[in-house]
Write a protein that binds this ligand. Structure first.
Ligand code: MGD
Ligand code: MGD
Ligand code: SF4
Ligand code: MO
Length: 741
């Protein structure tokens, strides 16, 4: 028996914790937190501890499946790609490239293939029907930042380790471990804020674990954060508390924000938010008075009717209190794969370059809202979607009115899924291409190091040897790209990888802003190191990045090899101010009151007078779960049932609901029956159900999950309801009725 220890970044959530893996005979036998990890320092959660179980899950697919009537049968890789090629080209020949679509899900943000091979693949499809989990998640933040800073990826994160006060809106990091804010051991870091005399305030309709630890929990009516934030802005102006600090010369639009905020005094929003005017005024003053303070909004502020407005106002409040781009406030990370920019105006941010066929919903960041996917499939006409590729997504559980989508997917001429599970979505696929597990591939966090509260560099080499019959997701996507670009399923895959590398180098040598501008691409190519195509691409990215060696320019700079030599990561220090360098608006200034956002304020003003529905549904997360796909691991799902409907005791009494008894929950689009859990931890007038459950569909192969199926909360969410600026689905504050079942 051979026993070894290996260090690997946990790929399961945004916290990017370092794992210490014990490996015996090719099996992960024990997982602990890596105590020497520069960022996570030994912290892990129950999901990270179950990483080995997930990797070795017997239900995990290791070979491709092809549909045979109502079942799937295992085939070889060549056969699977041949089927894809034949049927894909047939659909394109019959209906044109406009009839194909792609849906890409959350785990793409956690894989190197997602960071390196996905974009080229999506572009190769030649369709505007590109959908992703971003429009059931954070798209409002991208849109707000796109307009504010000219760059939708310029997202400021709370500088938790240095702040004196943090206000969390619609975020529950004690369960989620944080999002759009990579901070391993987020709970410990919040406790440290309190430990040094600072304050933690949580605004949430539920008394979450995060709310329970906070110095102050402010319950809010779901969907009302934009009102609360506007009232804070109102008070900051009215009481003369606005101080832009260092950003004064870099901001335009201040007067316009002040003018818009006039309509939202605390008294006007008190009823709609459920928060007294006095409390709102006090909060504004606390934010202004704290030496440093930061407002942080997440899922509860994004997946709502006014998601973009709320996301914008979070940054506005941080700016007005002098806390934007300032230590202890909200700051812009500089990850090793990114570059410092030359301060200069940019091209700005636009949306709506195309619109969806049926509803006319505007494109954002090159994609359409996933809320329109079902109608694009089930509405006949030119441009109707006839084929789809899903990569790492389970939209049948994760997107609104999922029963309609479930039916729509069943009607397609062709569906191909790149996914390791036969689940609620992939059961509709004609071909399933399962990538090898994440312990067998390298790991670098393109998405999350760019959202980290400290600048950090970490790369993990594969922890386990390759599965001889398995396929790396980079290879799967490269082969699919060969098919969709007409080079064919049999095209030389090494050639495709080499072309990617040559392209990346050529882009850098031809880019006036790159450290290797003007160098000979052949000379650079000679210097590139790495054991896999993915590593070689990463080497180029790191070496031309903010801390890179520039291929000899700075001998002390980072290379892939430096990262490989430091498996516990390299700490690059606390975040540094980045304005104006980061700003890419056409004016070169932070546009505090962008015109498209200002235009949406009228809708918010109108909603002030609309009475809120009597009972609304919100979601919730549990630390042992992650969206839809970790319910097949026994240790994560055993124990008390987690998919229950939380109901406040007053509502339970009023509606005749008993603890533990089933209730029928009904919305405009659907109904589910689920067991009630009566708890004072949810506001009266609000019920809560987690998403990602509903594992009772036939034709899946997730035996543990099927034993505790739960119900799919997205049967209740309404695909008609989207935030107009971002196209993001409304997944919180869904009007429902509840009755005993
Ligand atoms: N009602 C409600 N709905 C929600 C939310 C909510 O709060 N409330 N949250 C939303 C949010 S924030 C998100 S991000 C979405 C998530 O939406 P999705 O991304 O559509 O769903 P996931 O459940 O994350 O599904 C991930 C899929 O990827 C597969 N997978 C896992 N690892 C890999 C891998 O390495 N490679 C590949 N190719 N596949 C892999 C899994 O088997 C699974 O099929 O759900 C959203 N839906
Ligand atoms: N354990 C676990 N961890 C996860 C995931 C998971 O499914 N499970 N998913 C991962 C993903 S994809 C993401 S995007 C992140 C999300 O990370 P978070 O944003 O922290 O997500 P949630 O835990 O859903 O917290 C959202 C909170 O918003 C509250 N809320 C609902 N409506 C409103 C509202 O209108 N206003 C306010 N102020 N609050 C509201 C809910 O009660 C809930 O407590 O978590 C990631 N980490
Ligand atoms: S908090 Fe996230 S990254 Fe850390 S161990 Fe848990 S799942 Fe993995
Ligand atoms: Mo998410």
């Amino acid at each position: 028996m051979t026993a070894t220890t290996s260090f690997h970044t946990c790929p399961l959530c945004e916290a990017t914790c370092g794992l210490e893996l014990n490996i015996e005979d090719g099996e992960i036998t024990r997982v602990r937190g890596d105590r020497d990890h520069v960022f996570s320092r030994g912290f892990i959660c129950p999901k990270g501890a179950a990483f080995g179980k997930l990797v070795h899950d017997p239900d995990r697919l290791r070979r491709p499946l092809v549909r045979d009537g109502d079942t799937h049968r295992e085939v070889g890789w060549d056969e699977a790609f041949a089927v894809v090629e034949e049927r894909w080209s047939a659909v394109v020949a019959r209906h044109g490239a406009a009839s194909v679509a792609a849906y890409v899900g959350n785990p793409n943000a956690h894989t190197m293939s997602g960071g390196q091979y996905l974009r080229p693949f999506l572009r190769s499809l030649g369709t505007t029907n590109v959908f992703s989990a971003s429009t059931v998640d954070q798209m409002p933040k991208h849109v707000a930042c796109g307009f504010l800073y000219g760059d939708p990826l310029a997202i400021a994160v709370p500088d938790i380790d240095r702040t004196d006060m943090i206000v969390l809106l619609g975020a529950n990091p004690y369960e989620s471990n944080g999002s759009l804010c990579t901070a391993p051991d987020f709970p410990g870091r919040l406790e440290a804020v309190q430990g040094r005399g600072g304050r933690v305030v949580v605004v949430d309709p539920r008394r979450t674990r995060t709310a329970a630890m906070a110095d102050d929990h402010i319950p809010i009516r779901p969907g009302a954060d934009a009102f609360l934030l506007f009232a804070l802005v109102h008070v900051l102006f009215a009481d003369g508390l606005v101080d832009l600090g260092r950003l004064a010369d870099h901001v335009v639009g201040l007067d316009d924000v002040e003018r818009l905020a006039k309509d939202f005094p605390p008294e006007a929003v008190a009823a709609r938010t459920g928060i007294t005017a006095g409390r709102i005024r006090a909060l504004a003053r606390e934010l202004a008075d704290a030496p440093t303070a930061v407002v942080y909004g997440r899922v509860g502020t994004c997946t709502v009717e006014f998601g973009t407005l709320a996301s914008w106002l979070v940054d506005v409040v941080n700016a007005l209190t002098g806390n934007l781009d300032s230590p202890g406030g909200a700051m812009f990370p500089l990850a090793p794969h990114l570059r410092r920019r030359t301060p200069a105006p940019g091209r700005g941010f636009v949306t709506g370059r195309v619109a969806s066929r049926v509803r006319g919903a505007p494109e954002v960041l090159g994609e359409l809202p996933v809320a329109v996917l079902a109608e694009e499939i089930d509405t006949p006409g030119a441009g109707q979607i006839r084929a789809i590729v899903t990569v790492a997504g389970n939209p049948v559980l994760s997107t609104p009115n999922s029963e309609r989508l479930d039916r729509a997917l069943a009607s397609l001429e062709l569906m191909v899924s790149v996914d390791p599970y036969l689940n609620e979505t992939t059961r509709h696929a004609d071909v399933i291409l399962p990538p090898t597990d994440s312990a067998r591939v390298g790991h670098y966090d393109f998405s999350f190091l760019a959202l980290a509260i400290r600048n950090t560099a970490v790369y993990s080499r594969p922890a386990l040897p390759p599965d001889p019959g398995g396929m790396d997701e980079c290879d799967i996507l490269a082969r699919l790209t060969s098919i969709t670009t007409g080079r064919g399923a049999d095209a030389d895959i090494d050639g495709a990888h080499d072309a990617m590398l040559t392209g990346l180098i050529a882009k850098a040598t031809g880019d006036g802003e790159s450290v290797i501008h003007g160098r000979d691409p052949a000379e650079i190519a000679e210097m590139v190191e790495g054991l896999t195509p993915s590593e070689r691409l990463l080497d180029v990215t790191i070496r031309t990045g903010a801390y890179g060696d520039g291929f000899g320019v700075d001998p002390d700079g980072l290379t892939l090899a430096t990262l490989v030599d430091n498996p516990h990561g390299i700490d690059l220090g606390p975040l540094q101010p980045r304005v104006p360098e980061i700003v890419k608006t056409t004016s070169g200034k932070i546009e505090l009151c962008p015109e498209p956002i200002a235009a949406d304020v009228e809708r918010l003003r109108g909603a002030l007078d609309t009475p809120a529905p009597e009972l609304v549904l919100v979601g919730r997360r549990d630390v042992r779960s992650n969206n839809s796909w970790m319910h097949n691991v026994e240790v994560l799902v055993k124990g008390k049932p987690r998919c229950t409907l939380h109901v406040h005791p007053d509502d339970a009494e009023r509606l005749g609901l008993a603890d533990g008894a089933p209730a029928r929950v009904e919305s405009r689009v659907g109904a589910v029956v689920v067991d009630v859990q009566v708890t004072p931890d949810v506001m009266a007038g609000v019920v809560s159900l987690p998403h990602g459950w509903g594992h009772d569909r036939p034709g899946t192969r997730m035996r543990v999950a099927a034993g505790r199926p739960g119900v799919n909360s997205n049967i209740l969410t309404d695909e008609a309801a989207i935030d107009p600026l971002s196209g993001n689905a409304v997944l919180n504050a869904i009007p429902v009725t509840v009755s005993p079942s």
